[in-house]
Every structure is written in C-alpha cells, then in structure tokens.
Ligand binder design. Structure first.
Ligand SMILES: [Zn+2]
Ligand SMILES: [Zn+2]
Length: 351
C-alpha cells in the first residue's frame, strides 16, 4: 500500500509499505479521508520524533478486515478512528485527566514503523485496546467520511470549551480564526455564548463573522481592548481561547479578559518561548490561566453528537482536498495559508 512516511525533518516520502498484519483482536481500516492537523505539521517540520513514522490521526474510513477474535465489527462498516484511548484505571484517568494518562499518550494506531497515528496511508491498523474501548466510532448513514474526520478535532476544541467552563450568555474572545479558531466560534455559539474573533488575515475575520462570531477584528487593531469593552458593558470577555501560539495574543488577552476571567492556552507554543508575566496581574485581577491539550474520552460521545447531528457546520471549515501523494504541498499551504485556506483534507485515492 502507499503511505506518506516521515523520513526526517521536513522530509516526507510517498512510498510503498507493507499492509499491516493483524493480530486476532485488531481491525484494519481503509482510510477514506484524513484531516491535516497543526500537530501533524509540527511533527513533520520539527525534530520531535525519530523517523521513520507515519503520522495522521483525524481518520475516517471503512473496515477492511478484522482479526478472528473481533466479534462486534464487520468488514464494510464506516468508522472514525481514535488514535489513542486512555486506560480508565490510572490516577489521571480516575481524575478525568485522560490526556495525561500514559496509555493515552502512547499512540498505537499504525500503518507501519513506530505507531504514530497511521492515517497518512491507504490502510491503518487499530489495536485491540482501541477496538475494545470505544476508539472506533460508527459513522451514521447520511454522514460523510469528511464530516466524520472532524470528530477528533471537535473533541479537542470541546474539551477546551468545557475546561474553560463557558456558560450561556458569556462572551468569549478567540484569538486566531483558522480552522481551530473557527471551530471554537461555532462551538461557543452552540453552547449559548457570544464569540468575538481576531485574526491577521482579513478573509478569516470575515469568515468568523459568517460562521457566527458576533464581532471579529484584525488582531493588530490597537483599539481592540476598548472595542471589546464596548461589547461587554466595560467588563472585558469572560474567557479568552488562545488558538494561536502568539505572545502578543496572550498580552492582548490579558487586556481584554475581565477580572475573574479565564485565559486558556490551546495552541502549542514553540518550546523556546517564555512569557514574562507580573504575577500580581493574576493575583489582583484573579485571572485564571489554564491549558487544554488533546481530547477527553468523556466528551467523545458529545463530540460525535455535535458532528453527526450537524450542530456545528464542519463542512464550512473545509477549504482544500489533496491526494495523499501531495501531503508535502498540503503542509506548505497550511504553513503559508492563502486568504482562503482553512481545513485541508487528504485522500489516499483522490486522483
Ligand atoms: Zn489533530
Ligand atoms: Zn489512565
């Protein structure tokens, strides 16, 4: 089968690899579509992982084979594939910090080499732990593979919304209106709160308004804090979701978030970045700084409900479809987005 193999920093190789062999409790999924995630881009462009590996984790496809012990799944069933599932037993899991669980962090779905997601291939193998513990999500009739590929990123965003405890009637500032920021706009609105978005790209500012933001601004606007105050009875927003790894966006968030509000770090910053902060800002204004990484097992059902019942319009986020052979081009485009670049999807069989 064909796969995009990570052979070193910024070195992808589209090559033939062996079809993964199945153990008795494993399932093989033929990939129909896989979303390109910011985290994939980081893994490809920075020396974070030893090559060779096959990344890709926002995967939807059809079951192509099952091991002889697998009773509950049949060939032909359409599924979204979760690339990691927590153990449900460790102290992290018992405290619902599923994404801190060692079993969760240890990615096991694979298309070959050290398991790393495996979605950037024609077939991906799903190990027994994932098969048995809810990591295959059936796609309802009438829902496309494309839509189903959004269950994983929706869960990640949903987890942040829940961690920030966003309530109906609150106002939320979302810094960055790329595919993640726009998903936040839609989710925040779905949960009854008001979204305000910022971005450097004018087309994204417009898109945020189109998808339900009450207001959207150029991120360079030096009048942003007074504009936000005008929209929030002089208070500032209840929550800021940082969907871009930008120091400037963080300081803007401090200026725009109300006393007693929350700032949530969603985008991963480069490791060398350190942000100096006067702790009295947190003390006197009681601002909570929180982080949210990856998805929550507990929210998987709700994430699937949101996507499969079209409670947010994930299709509005799709801007480009590439054949898997052009993954390199897709990465290029994602890091140098044109005004109309949002979510990029990859297809093993797109000609
Ligand atoms: Zn992702
Ligand atoms: Zn655990």
């Amino acid at each position: 089968m064909k796969a995009q193999v990570f052979r070193g920093v910024n070195h992808l190789s589209y090559e033939d690899v062996a079809l993964p062999a199945l153990l008795a409790d494993e399932v093989l999924v033929q990939v129909n579509v896989v979303g390109l995630c910011q985290s994939d881009i980081k893994k490809i462009l920075y020396p974070l992982y030893e090559p060779p590996r096959i990344f890709g984790h926002e995967t939807a496809g059809a079951i192509a084979a099952v091991g002889e012990q697998v009773q509950t799944w049949q060939v032909g069933q359409r599924v979204a594939v979760m690339h990691h599932i927590p153990c449900m037993r460790c102290d992290y899991c018992l405290n619902e910090n599923y994404s801190m669980c060692d079993t969760y962090k240890n990615i096991v779905t694979t298309a070959g080499f050290i398991p790393s997601g495996g979605g950037f291939a024609e077939y991906v193998k799903v190990p027994g732990h994932i098969v048995r513990n809810g990591g295959l999500i059936p796609i309802p009739d009438g829902i496309s593979f494309e839509e189903a590929s959004f269950v994983e990123p929706t869960n990640c965003c949903l987890k942040a919304v829940k961690k920030a405890n966003i309530q109906p009637g609150q106002t939320v500032l979302i810094t960055g209106a790329g595919p993640i920021g726009l998903m936040f706009v839609m989710l925040v609105k779905y949960f009854g709160a008001r979204a305000i978005a910022t971005d450097l790209i004018p087309a994204r500012v417009h898109k945020a308004l189109e998808l339900g933001a009450e207001a959207a601004f150029d991120a360079r606007d030096t009048d942003l804090p007074p504009k936000i105050q005008a929209l929030t009875r002089g208070m500032g927003v209840d929550v800021t979701l940082l969907a871009v790894p930008s120091e400037k966006a963080f300081f803007q968030a401090l200026d725009c978030t109300r006393k007693g509000g929350k700032i949530l770090f969603f985008a991963e910053f480069p490791d060398e970045v350190e942000i100096p902060i006067n702790p009295n800002i947190l003390y006197r204004r009681e601002i909570d700084l929180i982080g949210s990484y990856s998805s929550s097992f507990k929210l998987q059902h709700l994430a699937a409900d949101i996507v499969f019942n079209r409670r947010i319009d994930v299709q509005a986020l799709i801007s480009h479809r590439y054949p898997l052979s052009d993954l390199g081009k897709a990465v290029e485009q994602a890091i140098k987005p044109t005004p109309e670049t949002y979510k990029i999807l990859l297809y093993p069989d797109l000609q």
